[in-house]
Design a protein around this ligand. Structure first.
Ligand SMILES: Nc1ncnc2c1ncn2[C@@H]1O[C@H](COP(=O)(O)OP(=O)(O)O)[C@@H](O)[C@H]1O
Ligand SMILES: [Mg+2]
Length: 399
């Protein structure tokens, strides 16, 4: 799904924070932006605060409407006064909300629900308007339940498979704070990192980005992790959000290695992701941490319905069974990757991704996982349809 870009026009920082939270809990990938993008594209949705000063609020709405006939404009007022509603609609607003969010009353819940509904309608309308155009970018974030769960392994191999199978532009972004290993796993030496990208956002167009990324022979682009221990830090989160906006406009697939800590920068990437793959191992510490991460994603409002659980390093003697994992996390297991240290570490040490080097079961699992992501039939099945493959998998109890 394409990311919806939203701007909040207000002088009240607390209001901006609350509206951001409300927007992010709508169930659609969203990026909060400060205005037009580098290429001059207007945001898809603008929330205008008209509570303190209705006349300057109306002027903002008129200016926005004059600049774009298609953007959705939501006016937020202190109360639902009929005169104000009429003025806002005349100025060009599509929706009007009396601000009651966070009050925990029935009225505030109703307001939040109708706000969410309006955002989702905006997203659907935008999809319909863009139908037939270039398919929207799909963003998959991989978040580890703990260090060593195999997040980088899964993210990197999925990225390579996506680039290889679809031949569409794909980038993997290493968000692990300090010493990310994505480039290392792929055997490439990056000259630049994510910090160079966020420090040069004002000139981050296609040509400049081409200079910053390292190329893998599968076709996958890599934006390597920062080499500084203390960056990207909390103050870089808005720049990371903007970087996501740029990447999702330039690529067909964006893969994020989010590491295993939800910092504010990682949260910024999760908000814009279509899917958040939680990578866990079948052991007690991983499951306990996974429970906490699931809860954190829910608290952030980053779309917990987009969370999918991946079990990595599963062996025949699962210490914790699939059913137990599913009950503990409240999610079904989306895919399971077997434990195969020898194959994985050989691939890692040689810098050659699994799927390009072996015919092992784990390589086959990456192939089928990625094919399922893009709706392709299984390579072994030849003419099998996707539904047939899925039915068989269900039968085999893999999911
Ligand atoms: N399915 C697997 N079977 C066996 N070993 C694995 C598997 N996946 C990852 N590993 C190993 O676990 C270690 C940590 O993997 P990595 O992807 O770096 O984890 P993370 O990014 O979550 O810290 C690596 O040495 C890797 O070879
Ligand atoms: Mg890692």
């Amino acid at each position: 799904m394409a990311q919806l870009s939203a701007q909040i026009v207000s002088y009240d920082e607390e209001f901006k924070r609350q509206v951001s939270k409300l927007l992010r809990a709508c169930g659609v990938p969203i990026g909060i932006v400060e205005g037009r993008s580098l290429e001059g594209a207007a945001p898809d949705l603008v929330v205008v605060d008209i509570r303190a000063d209705a006349s300057s609020g109306m002027a903002s709405i008129e200016r926005l409407r004059a600049a774009s006939g298609t953007m959705a404009i939501f006016a937020v007022a202190g109360a639902a006064e009929p005169d104000l509603i009429l003025q806002a609609m005349r100025a060009g607003a599509n929706e009007f909300f009396p601000w009651t969010a966070g009050a925990q009353t029935q009225a505030s819940r109703a307001m939040e629900e109708s706000f969410h509904g309006a955002v989702r309608r905006t997203s659907t309308r935008r999809e319909a308007a863009n139908a037939g155009a270039k398919p929207p970018c799909v963003t998959h974030a991989f978040l580890g339940a703990k260090g060593g769960a195999g997040t980088t392994t899964v993210a990197v191999n999925c990225g390579v498979e996506l680039a290889r199978l679809t031949k569409r532009s794909t980038i993997v972004l290493d968000m692990k704070a300090c010493l990310g290993e994505v480039a290392l796993f792929l055997g490439v030496r990056p000259r630049f990192t994510v910090l160079d990208a966020i420090e040069n956002l004002h000139r981050l167009d296609k040509d400049f980005l081409k200079e910053l990324v390292a190329k893998h022979k599968s076709g996958l682009d890599i934006l390597a992790g920062s080499e500084q221990f203390d960056r990207p830090a909390a103050q870089d989160a808005p720049a990371i959000e903007e970087l996501m906006r740029v990447l999702t406009r330039m690529y067909d697939y964006v893969i994020i290695d989010a590491g295993n800590v939800i910092s504010s920068c990682v949260a910024a990437t999760l908000f814009s992701a279509d899917t958040i793959f939680l990578v866990t191992n079948p052991d007690v510490p991983s499951i306990r941490n996974a429970q906490r991460l699931v809860e954190r994603v829910r608290q952030l409002g980053a779309g917990s319905e987009r969370v999918k659980v991946l079990v990595n390093r599963a062996s025949d003697q699962l210490l914790i069974g699939a059913k137990q994992i599913e009950t503990a996390l409240g999610y079904g297991i989306h895919h399971t990757f077997p434990s195969d240290y020898r194959t994985v570490s050989t691939a890692l040490n040689s810098g050659v991704p699994l799927t390009l080097s072996t015919n092992s079961e784990i390589a086959a699992q990456f192939d089928s996982f990625t094919r399922q992501l893009v709706g392709m039939a299984s390579s072994s099945g030849g003419s099998e349809t996707k539904t047939e493959v899925e039915r068989k998998r269900v039968f085999l109890g893999i999911f």
